[in-house]
Write a protein that binds this ligand. Structure first.
Ligand SMILES: *Cc1c(COP(=O)(O)O)cnc(C)c1O
Length: 433
């Protein structure tokens, strides 16, 4: 459920028409709905709350994956909903802390962390480092020792399950760069026990993203449960089980994602009696459908034959998912009202036209939809690219020397610009001739 809907032929976000936002902040702009973010955060948190021990200190912790969308206002809203954070860099650590996160709600993932990033996280006192190789265990121990600290670690294990998602976002196949193969996990924990700068506190995995069925999650959780018991039998006192993120969402193409309730019930079943604190790292599930990318039509053009192009002012640098993954995003015309009031009833719904919606970037991959049936679009019309909240702004670049979009957070009738549009001068910052 989200809070983007038509009222009288106009697309609104909560209590604000999107056309008003375009007038005020210009386009392209990411528009987030606070009510949607809160709702998604609560539904997911409630769904997993029965998992694990009843002792309240062991209540599950949701660590939102900052890389999905790291705007400070988004992070701060989620912090207020009781979320912790999953970070993958020193930059994301700074974002989480700046958004007010308590260090003991932060887990640090990633296949290559630099010494300075480890130092910053150790200074802050984060909850857990998810280490992805034997060499990283050695590195982290060395850095921690140099600071006279002990680093709380989990080994991220690759459980070798097929998440049946796009190959670029499947992370748990045996050929993946992520994690340590499950067969070497016990050895890795033995190593960690012998490293003076480390204290093993958990076990972690993350099997991929945009996963549309329950089975891979159950398979991974089952393997992790067995492994956790083996590791405890080996003498490691592991208190956290981090099962990562990866729940898919609907991008409007008839996919029915796994419901958080089913996910929570399945995990509760698999982990029953385990006495462990569950950590989960949802990203996409929380933000994907909580934002649109608002854009204006620059012009339309006719290609060869009868191919029609609608060129909009958002490009692959603003939202790369279609170019990178061939991802589908619904596109909606913001105002369906043009002249409708003067037309007879049966003509009010405009005929649809088959078009390619493309950006202005000089790459053939810069397209948002091919041969899509949309209401007629002309220069100046506004469109909303739906489900753009996750891996949207956080993956935006300055390619073609294009300033990145503004970000706007709507909360009821309140409009807040939570990141200003970059200026042309911003693009040159730090450069010399
Ligand atoms: C990307 C990532 C996530 C979030 O994945 P979603 O599919 O957005 O839920 C969680 N954990 C780790 C380690 C990740 O790399």
């Amino acid at each position: 459920m989200n809070h983007f809907a038509y009222k009288d032929g106009e697309l609104w976000c909560e209590e604000v028409p999107l056309s008003r936002i375009a007038t005020r902040v210009g386009t392209p702009a990411y528009v987030y709905s606070a009510a949607t973010l809160r709702r998604h955060a609560r539904v997911f948190r409630d769904a997993i709350s029965p998992v694990g021990a009843s002792d309240s200190t062991r209540a599950p912790l949701c660590c939102y994956a900052v890389k999905a969308s790291g705007n400070l206002a988004v992070l701060s809203l989620l912090r207020r909903e009781g979320y912790g954070f999953d970070i993958v860099s020193g930059g994301e650590l700074l974002r989480a802390l700046r958004a007010g996160a308590k260090a003991n709600t932060i887990v640090f993932s990633g296949v290559g962390k630099r010494d300075d990033e480890l130092r910053a996280a150790l200074s802050a006192g984060i909850l857990q480092f998810n280490c992805e190789s034997e060499e990283e265990l050695v590195q982290l121990s060395r850095v921690a020792q140099s600071m006279r600290k002990t680093a709380p670690v989990a080994v991220r294990v690759n459980p070798d399950v097929n998440a049946k998602t796009h190959p670029y976002i499947a992370t748990a196949l045996s050929t993946s760069k992520f994690g340590i193969p499950a067969a070497r996990a016990r050895e890795a924990y033995r190593l960690s026990a012998n490293l003076p700068g480390l204290r093993a506190v958990g076990l972690a995995c993350h099997i991929g993203s945009q996963i549309g069925e329950l089975r891979p999650f159950v398979e991974a959780a089952t393997k992790m449960r067995a492994l956790l018991l083996d590791l405890r039998a080996d003498g490691h006192q592991l208190i956290n089980l981090d099962l990562g993120g990866g729940l898919g969402v609907s991008y409007g193409e008839g996919t029915t994602p796994v419901s958080p309730e089913k996910y929570g019930r399945a995990l509760a079943r698999v982990l029953r009696g385990l006495d462990v604190r569950l950590l989960v790292e949802p990203g996409r599930l929380i933000v994907a459908n909580a934002a649109v990318l608002l854009s204006s039509v620059i012009l339309t053009k006719l290609g060869a034959g009868s191919r029609r192009f609608v060129v909009i002012d958002a490009g692959m640098n603003d939202l790369v998912r279609p170019a990178l993954y061939g991802a589908h995003h619904e596109i909606e015309k913001v105002s369906l009202r043009d002249g409708a009031a003067t037309k007879p009833q049966h003509e009010k719904r405009p005929a649809r036209v088959r078009v390619d919606v493309v950006g202005p970037v000089c790459e053939s991959a810069d397209l948002f939809a091919q041969q899509r049936l949309l209401p007629p679009l002309a220069s100046g019309d506004l469109v909303a690219i739906r489900s753009a909240g996750a891996y949207g702004m956080s993956m935006a670049s300055n390619y073609n020397a294009r300033p990145r979009p503004a970000e706007v957070l709507i909360d009821g009738a309140r409009v807040r610009v939570v990141r200003e549009r970059e200026s042309l001068e911003d693009l040159l910052r730090g450069e010399t001739t």
